[in-house]
Design a protein around this ligand. Structure first.
Ligand code: MTE
Length: 304
Protein backbone atom coordinates (compact mmCIF):
# COMPACT_ATOMS: atom_id res chain seq x y z
CA UNK A 1 0.00 0.00 0.00
CA UNK A 2 2.65 2.42 0.95
CA UNK A 3 4.70 0.59 -1.57
CA UNK A 4 3.49 1.14 -5.11
CA UNK A 5 2.73 -2.36 -6.27
CA UNK A 6 -0.97 -2.15 -6.54
CA UNK A 7 -2.90 -4.32 -8.89
CA UNK A 8 -6.46 -4.01 -9.86
CA UNK A 9 -9.02 -6.62 -10.70
CA UNK A 10 -12.44 -6.29 -12.03
CA UNK A 11 -15.47 -8.22 -12.81
CA UNK A 12 -18.37 -7.94 -15.15
CA UNK A 13 -21.78 -6.94 -14.00
CA UNK A 14 -23.36 -10.40 -13.94
CA UNK A 15 -25.72 -11.45 -11.27
CA UNK A 16 -24.54 -13.73 -8.59
CA UNK A 17 -25.53 -17.31 -8.87
CA UNK A 18 -25.82 -18.47 -5.33
CA UNK A 19 -26.25 -22.18 -6.14
CA UNK A 20 -22.80 -22.95 -4.89
CA UNK A 21 -23.83 -21.75 -1.49
CA UNK A 22 -26.39 -24.47 -1.21
CA UNK A 23 -23.82 -26.92 -2.56
CA UNK A 24 -21.27 -25.73 -0.09
CA UNK A 25 -23.48 -25.72 2.94
CA UNK A 26 -22.59 -29.31 3.71
CA UNK A 27 -18.91 -28.50 3.33
CA UNK A 28 -19.31 -25.48 5.56
CA UNK A 29 -20.97 -27.43 8.29
CA UNK A 30 -18.47 -30.23 8.01
CA UNK A 31 -15.61 -27.77 7.97
CA UNK A 32 -16.83 -25.87 10.95
CA UNK A 33 -17.32 -29.14 12.76
CA UNK A 34 -13.76 -30.09 12.00
CA UNK A 35 -12.56 -27.09 13.92
CA UNK A 36 -14.69 -28.18 16.87
CA UNK A 37 -15.80 -24.65 17.52
CA UNK A 38 -19.50 -24.77 16.97
CA UNK A 39 -20.86 -27.82 18.71
CA UNK A 40 -23.65 -25.96 20.44
CA UNK A 41 -24.36 -23.26 17.92
CA UNK A 42 -26.63 -25.40 15.82
CA UNK A 43 -24.85 -25.77 12.54
CA UNK A 44 -28.02 -26.12 10.57
CA UNK A 45 -28.76 -22.55 11.60
CA UNK A 46 -26.06 -21.13 9.33
CA UNK A 47 -28.16 -19.57 6.62
CA UNK A 48 -27.44 -17.30 3.70
CA UNK A 49 -28.73 -13.85 4.46
CA UNK A 50 -30.67 -12.78 1.35
CA UNK A 51 -30.32 -9.12 2.31
CA UNK A 52 -26.74 -9.17 1.08
CA UNK A 53 -26.65 -9.92 -2.62
CA UNK A 54 -23.84 -8.16 -4.41
CA UNK A 55 -25.30 -7.80 -7.90
CA UNK A 56 -22.24 -9.25 -9.57
CA UNK A 57 -20.60 -12.61 -9.98
CA UNK A 58 -18.84 -14.31 -7.12
CA UNK A 59 -15.07 -14.32 -7.52
CA UNK A 60 -13.55 -17.71 -8.09
CA UNK A 61 -12.30 -19.11 -4.82
CA UNK A 62 -8.82 -19.76 -6.17
CA UNK A 63 -8.26 -16.03 -6.71
CA UNK A 64 -9.62 -14.86 -3.37
CA UNK A 65 -7.49 -17.38 -1.52
CA UNK A 66 -4.20 -16.97 -3.37
CA UNK A 67 -3.98 -13.20 -3.97
CA UNK A 68 -3.88 -11.62 -0.55
CA UNK A 69 -2.74 -8.68 1.47
CA UNK A 70 -1.31 -9.80 4.80
CA UNK A 71 1.73 -7.74 5.61
CA UNK A 72 2.57 -9.76 8.71
CA UNK A 73 3.58 -12.44 6.22
CA UNK A 74 5.28 -10.02 3.85
CA UNK A 75 4.55 -7.48 1.17
CA UNK A 76 3.88 -9.99 -1.57
CA UNK A 77 0.38 -10.99 -2.62
CA UNK A 78 1.60 -14.55 -2.66
CA UNK A 79 1.64 -15.31 1.06
CA UNK A 80 -1.00 -18.02 1.23
CA UNK A 81 1.46 -20.86 1.72
CA UNK A 82 3.41 -19.05 4.44
CA UNK A 83 0.19 -18.18 6.24
CA UNK A 84 -0.48 -21.88 6.81
CA UNK A 85 2.17 -21.76 9.55
CA UNK A 86 -0.03 -19.60 11.76
CA UNK A 87 -1.50 -21.72 14.55
CA UNK A 88 -5.14 -20.71 14.90
CA UNK A 89 -6.18 -23.21 17.57
CA UNK A 90 -6.52 -22.56 20.41
CA UNK A 91 -7.43 -18.90 19.93
CA UNK A 92 -8.77 -16.32 22.30
CA UNK A 93 -9.88 -12.71 22.12
CA UNK A 94 -9.23 -10.09 24.73
CA UNK A 95 -11.87 -7.46 25.48
CA UNK A 96 -10.39 -4.43 27.22
CA UNK A 97 -10.53 -0.68 27.69
CA UNK A 98 -13.94 0.84 28.35
CA UNK A 99 -15.85 -2.39 28.98
CA UNK A 100 -17.90 -3.44 31.96
CA UNK A 101 -15.58 -6.39 32.60
CA UNK A 102 -12.20 -6.69 30.86
CA UNK A 103 -11.67 -10.36 30.04
CA UNK A 104 -10.31 -12.88 27.63
CA UNK A 105 -12.72 -15.23 25.93
CA UNK A 106 -11.86 -18.42 24.10
CA UNK A 107 -12.97 -18.58 20.49
CA UNK A 108 -15.08 -21.70 21.04
CA UNK A 109 -16.87 -19.98 23.86
CA UNK A 110 -17.41 -16.83 21.83
CA UNK A 111 -18.82 -18.72 18.87
CA UNK A 112 -21.34 -20.48 21.05
CA UNK A 113 -22.84 -17.09 21.84
CA UNK A 114 -23.39 -15.79 18.33
CA UNK A 115 -25.58 -16.80 15.43
CA UNK A 116 -23.64 -17.60 12.30
CA UNK A 117 -24.89 -16.65 8.87
CA UNK A 118 -23.54 -16.29 5.36
CA UNK A 119 -23.30 -12.98 3.49
CA UNK A 120 -22.03 -12.25 0.01
CA UNK A 121 -20.11 -8.98 0.07
CA UNK A 122 -18.18 -6.88 -2.37
CA UNK A 123 -14.64 -6.13 -1.22
CA UNK A 124 -12.68 -3.17 -2.56
CA UNK A 125 -8.98 -2.84 -1.83
CA UNK A 126 -7.54 0.68 -1.78
CA UNK A 127 -5.11 -0.61 -4.42
CA UNK A 128 -8.11 -0.88 -6.83
CA UNK A 129 -8.54 -4.62 -6.98
CA UNK A 130 -11.86 -6.00 -5.87
CA UNK A 131 -13.66 -9.26 -5.29
CA UNK A 132 -17.07 -10.62 -4.36
CA UNK A 133 -17.07 -13.40 -1.81
CA UNK A 134 -19.41 -15.33 0.47
CA UNK A 135 -18.34 -14.88 4.07
CA UNK A 136 -19.64 -16.93 6.96
CA UNK A 137 -19.67 -15.22 10.32
CA UNK A 138 -21.73 -13.02 12.58
CA UNK A 139 -22.55 -9.33 12.89
CA UNK A 140 -19.89 -7.08 14.37
CA UNK A 141 -22.66 -5.66 16.56
CA UNK A 142 -22.95 -9.08 18.24
CA UNK A 143 -19.26 -8.99 19.13
CA UNK A 144 -19.65 -5.49 20.57
CA UNK A 145 -22.64 -6.63 22.59
CA UNK A 146 -20.67 -9.54 24.02
CA UNK A 147 -17.82 -7.21 24.97
CA UNK A 148 -20.32 -5.01 26.82
CA UNK A 149 -18.75 -1.55 26.35
CA UNK A 150 -19.38 1.35 28.71
CA UNK A 151 -21.46 4.30 27.52
CA UNK A 152 -18.27 6.39 27.37
CA UNK A 153 -16.76 4.19 24.61
CA UNK A 154 -16.52 6.04 21.29
CA UNK A 155 -14.27 3.74 19.25
CA UNK A 156 -13.81 0.02 18.77
CA UNK A 157 -10.18 -0.91 18.17
CA UNK A 158 -9.02 -4.19 16.68
CA UNK A 159 -5.54 -5.55 17.23
CA UNK A 160 -4.35 -8.48 15.22
CA UNK A 161 -2.01 -11.37 15.90
CA UNK A 162 1.75 -11.15 16.12
CA UNK A 163 3.12 -14.63 15.80
CA UNK A 164 6.54 -16.15 15.26
CA UNK A 165 5.29 -17.62 11.98
CA UNK A 166 4.95 -14.09 10.58
CA UNK A 167 8.19 -13.13 8.90
CA UNK A 168 6.82 -9.74 7.86
CA UNK A 169 6.95 -8.63 11.49
CA UNK A 170 10.71 -8.46 11.15
CA UNK A 171 10.39 -5.62 8.66
CA UNK A 172 11.42 -2.61 10.77
CA UNK A 173 9.49 -0.04 8.77
CA UNK A 174 6.01 -1.07 9.88
CA UNK A 175 4.36 0.04 13.14
CA UNK A 176 3.26 -3.40 14.35
CA UNK A 177 0.88 -4.58 15.61
CA UNK A 178 -1.75 -4.12 12.90
CA UNK A 179 -4.43 -1.94 14.43
CA UNK A 180 -7.73 -0.91 12.95
CA UNK A 181 -10.72 0.87 14.36
CA UNK A 182 -14.21 2.18 13.77
CA UNK A 183 -16.58 4.39 15.70
CA UNK A 184 -19.06 2.73 17.98
CA UNK A 185 -21.82 3.89 15.59
CA UNK A 186 -20.08 2.28 12.61
CA UNK A 187 -19.66 -0.92 14.59
CA UNK A 188 -23.40 -0.95 15.26
CA UNK A 189 -24.24 -0.77 11.55
CA UNK A 190 -25.69 -4.02 10.30
CA UNK A 191 -23.14 -4.36 7.48
CA UNK A 192 -20.18 -4.73 9.87
CA UNK A 193 -19.33 -8.41 10.02
CA UNK A 194 -16.87 -10.74 11.71
CA UNK A 195 -15.93 -13.49 9.31
CA UNK A 196 -15.15 -17.03 10.42
CA UNK A 197 -15.60 -18.70 7.04
CA UNK A 198 -15.28 -18.17 3.31
CA UNK A 199 -16.91 -20.03 0.40
CA UNK A 200 -18.74 -22.25 2.84
CA UNK A 201 -15.55 -23.44 4.51
CA UNK A 202 -13.60 -22.39 7.58
CA UNK A 203 -11.82 -19.10 6.96
CA UNK A 204 -8.45 -19.75 5.27
CA UNK A 205 -5.47 -18.53 7.24
CA UNK A 206 -4.40 -16.23 4.43
CA UNK A 207 -7.81 -14.54 4.58
CA UNK A 208 -7.59 -13.87 8.30
CA UNK A 209 -8.48 -17.01 10.26
CA UNK A 210 -9.87 -17.53 12.72
CA UNK A 211 -11.62 -14.15 13.07
CA UNK A 212 -11.49 -11.30 10.59
CA UNK A 213 -13.30 -8.01 10.39
CA UNK A 214 -15.27 -7.30 7.22
CA UNK A 215 -16.40 -3.74 6.47
CA UNK A 216 -17.55 -3.83 2.85
CA UNK A 217 -18.17 -0.10 2.45
CA UNK A 218 -14.59 0.76 3.38
CA UNK A 219 -11.29 0.11 1.68
CA UNK A 220 -10.04 -3.36 2.49
CA UNK A 221 -7.25 -2.32 4.82
CA UNK A 222 -9.88 -1.60 7.48
CA UNK A 223 -10.84 -5.29 7.49
CA UNK A 224 -8.30 -6.54 10.01
CA UNK A 225 -7.32 -10.20 9.94
CA UNK A 226 -6.59 -12.59 12.81
CA UNK A 227 -8.07 -10.46 15.56
CA UNK A 228 -6.72 -11.07 19.08
CA UNK A 229 -7.89 -7.99 20.94
CA UNK A 230 -10.93 -5.72 20.82
CA UNK A 231 -10.56 -2.54 22.85
CA UNK A 232 -13.03 0.24 23.52
CA UNK A 233 -11.66 3.76 23.77
CA UNK A 234 -12.72 7.34 24.03
CA UNK A 235 -9.86 8.46 21.84
CA UNK A 236 -9.60 7.72 18.13
CA UNK A 237 -6.92 5.08 17.65
CA UNK A 238 -3.76 5.51 15.63
CA UNK A 239 -4.38 2.84 13.03
CA UNK A 240 -1.65 0.89 11.22
CA UNK A 241 -1.95 2.32 7.73
CA UNK A 242 -2.88 5.80 8.87
CA UNK A 243 0.30 5.87 10.96
CA UNK A 244 2.31 4.91 7.88
CA UNK A 245 0.69 7.27 5.40
CA UNK A 246 -1.98 9.59 6.81
CA UNK A 247 -2.56 11.36 3.50
CA UNK A 248 -3.02 8.04 1.70
CA UNK A 249 -4.77 5.71 4.16
CA UNK A 250 -7.01 7.69 6.43
CA UNK A 251 -8.95 6.57 9.44
CA UNK A 252 -12.32 6.64 7.65
CA UNK A 253 -11.36 5.05 4.34
CA UNK A 254 -14.86 4.97 2.91
CA UNK A 255 -14.87 3.92 -0.74
CA UNK A 256 -15.46 6.82 -3.09
CA UNK A 257 -14.69 6.76 -6.83
CA UNK A 258 -14.56 10.58 -6.93
CA UNK A 259 -11.76 10.94 -4.39
CA UNK A 260 -8.46 9.74 -5.85
CA UNK A 261 -5.71 8.24 -3.80
CA UNK A 262 -2.80 10.72 -3.99
CA UNK A 263 -1.01 8.33 -6.35
CA UNK A 264 -3.83 6.75 -8.38
CA UNK A 265 -7.46 7.08 -9.38
CA UNK A 266 -10.16 5.28 -7.43
CA UNK A 267 -12.74 5.64 -10.23
CA UNK A 268 -12.57 2.03 -11.38
CA UNK A 269 -11.63 -1.35 -10.05
CA UNK A 270 -10.46 -4.68 -11.39
CA UNK A 271 -12.12 -7.83 -10.19
CA UNK A 272 -9.84 -10.69 -9.25
CA UNK A 273 -9.59 -13.16 -12.07
CA UNK A 274 -10.42 -10.67 -14.81
CA UNK A 275 -8.79 -7.87 -16.76
CA UNK A 276 -12.00 -5.92 -17.14
CA UNK A 277 -12.31 -2.67 -15.21
CA UNK A 278 -15.67 -1.68 -13.79
CA UNK A 279 -16.76 1.59 -12.17
CA UNK A 280 -16.26 1.85 -8.43
CA UNK A 281 -19.35 2.80 -6.46
CA UNK A 282 -19.71 5.27 -3.61
CA UNK A 283 -19.39 3.36 -0.33
CA UNK A 284 -18.65 0.37 -2.55
CA UNK A 285 -22.36 0.26 -3.41
CA UNK A 286 -23.55 0.25 0.20
CA UNK A 287 -24.49 3.94 0.46
CA UNK A 288 -28.08 3.16 1.32
CA UNK A 289 -26.99 1.27 4.42
CA UNK A 290 -24.16 3.49 5.63
CA UNK A 291 -24.26 7.03 4.20
CA UNK A 292 -26.32 8.20 7.19
CA UNK A 293 -23.42 7.38 9.49
CA UNK A 294 -21.49 10.30 8.09
CA UNK A 295 -24.10 13.01 7.71
CA UNK A 296 -22.86 16.26 9.13
CA UNK A 297 -19.21 15.21 9.36
CA UNK A 298 -18.02 17.94 7.05
CA UNK A 299 -14.59 18.42 8.60
CA UNK A 300 -13.43 14.84 8.25
CA UNK A 301 -11.57 13.23 5.34
CA UNK A 302 -14.15 10.49 5.06
CA UNK A 303 -13.12 9.06 1.71
CA UNK A 304 -9.46 8.23 1.88
N1 MTE B 1 -5.11 -7.56 8.21
C1 MTE B 1 -3.87 -7.77 8.68
N2 MTE B 1 -3.75 -8.25 9.93
N3 MTE B 1 -2.76 -7.53 7.94
C2 MTE B 1 -2.87 -7.01 6.67
O1 MTE B 1 -1.82 -6.76 6.03
N4 MTE B 1 -4.35 -6.25 4.89
C3 MTE B 1 -5.63 -5.58 4.64
C4 MTE B 1 -6.80 -6.40 5.15
N5 MTE B 1 -6.53 -6.91 6.48
C5 MTE B 1 -4.15 -6.77 6.14
C6 MTE B 1 -5.27 -7.09 6.95
C7 MTE B 1 -5.84 -5.27 3.22
S1 MTE B 1 -4.89 -4.00 2.59
C8 MTE B 1 -6.78 -5.89 2.47
S2 MTE B 1 -7.18 -5.34 0.93
C9 MTE B 1 -7.47 -7.08 2.98
O2 MTE B 1 -7.04 -7.48 4.27
C10 MTE B 1 -7.23 -8.23 2.02
O3 MTE B 1 -8.00 -9.33 2.40
P1 MTE B 1 -7.88 -10.68 1.57
O4 MTE B 1 -6.44 -11.01 1.47
O5 MTE B 1 -8.66 -11.68 2.36
O6 MTE B 1 -8.47 -10.41 0.24
Amino acid sequence: MYIVRRRAWELSERFVTPEHLAMNRRALLAGVGATAILPSVGRADVTTNPAYTPGRAITEEKYATTYNNYYEFGESKNIWRDAQNLKTQPWSIQFDGLVARPRTIGLDDLLKQVQQEERIYRHRCVETWAMTVPWTGFPLSALVKLADPLASAKYVVFQTAQDKSMDGLNAPFYPWPYIEGVTIQEAANDLGFIATGLYGKPLPKQNGAPLRLTLPWKYGFKSAKAIVKVSFTEKRPATFWESIGPSEYGFWANVNPAVPHPRWSQATERLLGSDERIPTQLFNGYAEQVAGLYSGQTNEKLFM
